[in-house]
Design a protein around this ligand. Structure first.
Ligand code: TXA
Ligand code: MG
Length: 311
């Protein structure tokens, strides 16, 4: 256990905020049992009080202690995918207070696999509430430097853990209402979940509140638009300055062009850093070449769509 991790756990115990690496994105952590620490977390995050946060644990047993009526499917998914990039929404237990659940009767639980996150959770030996370590509605951080840029002095300590391997937020499965429902696609696909628990439904229009479900989310400041490959050329010829995110080779008329991998996992890993770079190019618009319509691109397409929602 490193001295830095021990210091981080101590800060959490005294009600402070610690940003830490996970395999998905960096999280902004606070003691999930402390009303005061949670109030500070929401303030720094600038997140509305009714939005629930995900609670992180070192082990599945710890996570399930925060739920009630844990269904068999939850145990199966935990056994298969924890530690890892999966969040389970379950009926909340007595430890999960309103200041964590946003007043809902359910709670989001996750056991991350990143070694630094795991060490921190083990040393803290409690539950760490952690939304992504960015301001509300902005692009999630995938490096410690991103966190420092976004939150600066508002966070007491940022633990270094290298670039996040997955690069986009965890898959969220809601099991609080009986049948399993996919609330947020991620690295663990709907198909992979179905291999373990059978059919998984998709989010209906009236699903529980979760900020990932807001239309404009994970968004850069520059207006961004997704266009099919064949329409890129036409958009570029309109003459506005643009920063482009594409699979294809750079067009010489464009000043800022980021070429992305044709493989969805590698694309996801790069995505948020790429959106930040495109934003800092300060062009009039961001153009994103649409990824394929296939299932393996679901999670990436979901994040790109949100980044391109005009709020
Ligand atoms: O990968 C991740 O999940 C990262 C890392 C840090 O673990 N965390 C993350 O947290 O993405 P956040 O707060 O940015 O997004 C969590 C999502 C939100 O959309 C939140 O509202 C939803 O999970 N959520 C949490 N508890 C919920 C609940 N009880 N019911 C429905 N949605 C819930
Ligand atoms: Mg977030």
């Amino acid at each position: 256990m490193s001295a830095e991790v021990r210091r981080a756990a101590q800060i959490l115990r005294s009600g402070g905020l610690v940003a830490f690496p996970t395999e998905t994105v960096y999280g902004l952590g606070a003691d999930a049992a402390s009303a005061k620490a949670m109030a500070r977390l929401y303030e720094v995050k600038r997140r509305p009080a009714e939005h629930p946060v995900i609670v992180h644990f070192a082990r599945a047993e710890g996570a399930f202690a925060w739920a009630r009526d844990v269904p068999e499917e939850a145990r199966k998914l935990a056994k298969h995918f924890w530690p890892g990039p999966l969040t389970l929404i379950l009926k909340r237990g007595v430890f999960a207070k309103d200041f964590v659940t946003g007043g809902q009767d359910s709670v989001g639980l996750r056991v991350p696999s990143h070694p630094v996150a795991h060490e921190l959770l083990k040393d803290f030996s409690g539950a760490i509430a952690a939304p992504s370590a960015n301001r509300f509605g902005k692009v999630s951080p995938t490096t410690a430097a991103h966190v420092r840029e976004d939150l600066g002095k508002d966070v007491d300590l940022v633990l270094e853990g290298g670039p996040s391997e997955v690069g986009i937020e965890s898959t969220i499965v809601d099991l609080s209402g009986g049948a399993a429902v996919l609330l947020r696609p991620g690295h663990i696909s709907k198909q992979a979940l179905e291999v373990v628990i059978g059919s998984v439904g998709e989010k209906a229009a009236t699903s529980p509140r979760h900020s990932g479900g807001l239309e404009r989310h994970y968004a850069p400041l520059t207006p961004a638009r997704m266009v099919p490959a064949h329409a890129l050329d036409k958009e570029i010829s309109k003459g506005k300055t643009c920063a482009v995110l594409a699979f294809s080779r750079p067009d010489e008329r464009v000043d800022f062009w980021l070429r992305m991998p044709r493989e969805p996992q590698a694309y996801a890993q790069r995505l948020y850093a790429a959106l930040r770079e495109l934003d800092s190019a300060q062009c009039e618009q961001i153009l994103v070449e649409a990824p394929p319509q296939t299932a393996e691109w679901d999670a990436v397409r979901d994040r790109l769509k949100r980044a391109c929602e005009q709020g």
